[in-house]
Design a protein around this ligand. Structure first.
Ligand code: ZN
Length: 318
């Protein structure tokens, strides 16, 4: 009885892993998220998949300390419920813990997906086990998780660490939350494309990126970062602005929390060094001196595994 199961519940796939108690992945697999029937198939599918794989590997419930899961939506950690996970079609309250414990006979723990990814990077990735780590995930939107003094910060209603809604430009683009200028309106995969389109209109120099935009071709965050790496002058301006906003956001977070590390993850972080160096430039400009000299910025290391590893760590920290 020393193994862990980590589950990363996402809008398109559900990732599973069996891990040692030290967080090393022994087996992993995934299934498609079935969001039909108001998402009501999701929990039964998770139970079936776990039971099927335990049988496949010759394991039983007694081999496991617990199951941990990261989920979108509003999580009640104590009761193990999820609601408002709209990308799963789960609008109504789901008693996830009760059902999964009944279906697998293994204790179950749950937290928000960004918090869980933060725990994963802190345990086995760029956070290197530090007691103060902030994780920022740059995807379609911007999410975050804050670990301070060794504990995840949840806040009054679980809304702590909503780094994507940090205001970096009060006159900026309108956000899905209704405000203007939230970090995720500019420092996300969709935000950088928005910036590129706006900059392109004003730009009169030579630029392959401008040509692509004017020609109506699909432009993604990857196109923009790749163009900047290749020296495209418009792309460099756009990336610099993106890094300005992210660096400003990181400096504000760090001025409050002075974490050992701010880990930047999510799909956009694949841009790598050009992103990190750009953010560092503005972070250094805006951070308070003692913070600037002690808080490190790093790119995430675990990629897609951060969710399952962090989810498994929920079991250990209970
Ligand atoms: Zn917002």
């Amino acid at each position: 009885m020393n193994k862990l199961i980590g589950i990363d519940l996402g809008g398109t796939t559900i990732k599973f892993a069996i891990l040692t108690e030290y967080g090393d992945i022994q087996q992993k697999w995934s299934i498609t998220t079935d969001i039909s029937n108001d998402g009501k198939n999701i929990v039964p599918n998770i139970i079936d998949s776990i039971n099927h794989h335990l049988k496949l590997y010759g394991l039983t419930a007694e081999d496991f300390i617990g199951i941990g899961m990261g989920s979108p939506g509003t999580i009640d950690r104590e009761h193990g419920t999820v609601k408002g996970a709209y990308n799963l079609n789960l609008a109504s309250l789901q008693p996830v813990k009760e059902k999964i414990e009944a279906g697998t006979k293994i204790p179950f723990f749950i937290d928000n997906d960004a918090n869980v990814a933060a725990l994963g990077e802190r345990w086995k990735g760029a956070g290197e086990g530090a007691s103060d780590v902030v994780f920022i995930t740059l995807g379609t939107g911007v999410g975050g998780g804050i670990i301070a003094d060794g504990h995840l910060i949840h806040g009054k209603v679980g809304a702590a660490g909503e780094i994507g809604h940090l205001n970096v430009n009060p006159e900026g683009y309108t956000c899905t939350c209704g405000n203007q200028g939230c970090l995720e309106t500019v420092a996300s995969a969709t935000g950088i494309v928005h910036l590129a389109r706006d900059f392109s209109e004003e730009f009169s120099g030579e630029s392959q990126l401008k040509w692509l935009i004017d020609d109506g071709q699909e432009v993604t965050a990857k196109t923009i970062f790749d163009s900047a790496k290749a020296g495209d002058s418009l792309a460099r301006l756009v990336v610099d602005k993106f890094c300005y906003y992210l660096g400003l956001g990181c400096s504000q977070i760090a001025n409050i929390l002075n974490p050992e590390t701010i880990v930047i993850g999510g799909g956009v972080s694949a841009a790598g060094d050009i992103l990190l160096q750009g953010v560092l430039k503005y972070f250094s400009k805006f951070a308070f001196p003692q913070v600037r000299n002690s808080t490190k910025l790093k790119i995430a290391q675990l990629g897609n595994d951060a969710g399952v590893i962090g989810a498994a760590s929920l079991i250990k920290i209970q």
